[in-house]
Write a protein that binds this ligand. Sequence first.
Ligand code: MN
Length: 741
Amino acid sequence: MSTPPTLPIAGNKPKELSDLIACIKIYHPNADTALIEKAYRFSETVHQGQKRSSGESYFHHPIEVAFIIAELQLDTTTVATALLHDTVEDTVATLEQIEAEFGPEIAALVDGVTKISQISFQTSEEKQAENFRKMVFAMAKDLRVILVKLADRTHNMRTLQHLRPDKQARIAQETLDIYAPLANRLGLSAMKRELEDLSLRYTKPEIYYKLVAQVNKKLNERDQYTQDVLAMIEGALHEHGYHNARVSGRPKHFYSIHKKMEKRDLTYDQVYDLTGFRIILETVEQCYGVLGLIHSLWTPVPGRFKDYIAIPKANFYQSLHTTVVGPGGEKIEIQIRTQEMHDTAERGIAAHWAYKEGKNLNQEASKFSWLNRLVEWNKDLKDPNEFLETVKLDLFSEDVYIFTPKGKVIEFPQGATPLDFAYTIHTDLGHHCIGAKVNGRMVPLKYKLKSGDTVEVLTSPNQTPNKDWLKLVKTSRAKSKIRQFIKVQEHESSKVMGEMILEKELKKEDLKFKTLMKEGLLDTAAEAFSLKSVDDLLSAIGYGKLSAKKVITKIPLPEKEAEETSKETKDLKEQKRPLQKIVEEASKKSTSRQVVKVKGIEDLLVHFARCCNPVPGDSVVGFITRGRGISVHTRKCPKIFDSDPHRLIDIEWDMNSVAERAVKIRVICEDRPGLLADMSAVIKDQHANITRAQIGTTKDKKAVCLFSISIKNLNHLSKIISALEGISGVLKAERVQKKES
Ligand code: MN
């Protein structure tokens, strides 16, 4: 009653050309058998005399690989490629020869398979990433390359017992890590199941053989149960007029049972639904009809119904899934689909291409948005490790399906957030996204989308992307849009910075930025550093790549004028001295210079914003003022949200600095004698100075004390606050950040 597996385990009798041609003729009656015969003979000749580890003739391997390809019903070009796939790597045959004999298409395919075979996934992380990249590249060029490679790996896994145990474990692990997920992603689920079971056998033999024994032991009992369920389903189908339905039940594959046991920490006896039931019908309407029938027969388990017909998986998989409480209270899983859907489920992308010669598989492949994403990442993610991480995550995770408010379905990789959604709709929507309503409820940006969510993006004109967003998004589109924004923004702010630094340096020489700009002298300086524009020059200064002093030496000042200028400068300097002194003194007084570091720049005027009065340890950001240097704000300061993002700059605290900052602390306490003395003692104990104290009372007879204290950093401050709160009678102590009137 159960259907045979699509990929039969290799038979004992060696297969021959006539078998292969017969296999192709089943799905492609008019196939170019001459090509197959030529490739067969060529491969047979060049592999002559070679033996596999098993001792059998090497040529047996390409034939078996060609069979797997033919069973996937691929075109003759791909079958020929399978026959030839090891000729260039392992025999005297050259690629030129292949091209001369079989043409450029097959030569390119053989070359692709040869290259993928040379890729090792067992090397260092970085190398591995690079290799993965190569494979993705090969896939993007022609998917048939990866299909032949998967067939090659499938046959190698079937014959793995002939290799040394260490090699077995290595190859099996690689299969589990890379090739089985790939097969899954391409929708080749029959192949995926086989690869997983074979991998389990060699990576965890003790688990595998125990499982085999357990399954066999229960086999008769299971068989009876399966037959009973099948009879009940068939009876119901017949009764309701579904005469052409095909019903099957078969044990789930070992690897999936193992995974289930591992995941839920179950013993074999605790695992239910060991048998998967499948009903194959003629039309989609029948599928839904039969679903209703099944649900009237047995109670469905809530939350286990999935409609992959309405919303297909990323690899095109379509089916209805439901779990019901079957006979004896046992949970059973039932899949309901049409024959066409079943073909797609078993053969994936190969089914979509089928035998229609001339139909481009790669056009079909473009429908696989997963593959598109992979190719996109390959372009976007320049850091190979980041690429590998992203790809690995995606290989193993299922996609989520999200609804727009208008009911359109969009597919996302798991872990995607409202930001990914927003960027998919429109770049501006992403840039200004402040959160989202998911199924009508407000969620933060970091919310992880779940299949079925309806997402509505919330925006604010003041919102702009920042570096932290890169950690929140999963799609490459969102990543690259955010990066782009940050890049432009950094360029802009470094330009502003550069202009400020240069202007300051020019002033020392009594030169005016605006004048030089007008005379085009800065263009000459830019050229001197091989920079395209003055903007680039300023940005280079702002980034700290170029020093302003060095730039000034490249500004062509007519010599005579320069002399005069220097004379004038002297005079002016004489005159200006008092003013300059004031500035110098002011900057000496300002302790902020020593406390805050600005990337690449030392000599800058920095002051602390009074609105939020940041202290060392606060998360801060710099605002480039016009003419007053940089003002330091806390990142939470409301003023920052209103300011021009181009003028914001990353700064950090110099935690080695010993300079102190003044903060205000408000203490609300009971009005008891001696409390003030206690508080001042506690503050002194923490080695902090009180510079000012104010005391008042509230209507309800509580005392409010306002202290101005010099502290070292945030840590110091929180110690003081908790010490104050430890005093009996103190109700609350807190930092005052807003300027109090
Ligand atoms: Mn091979």
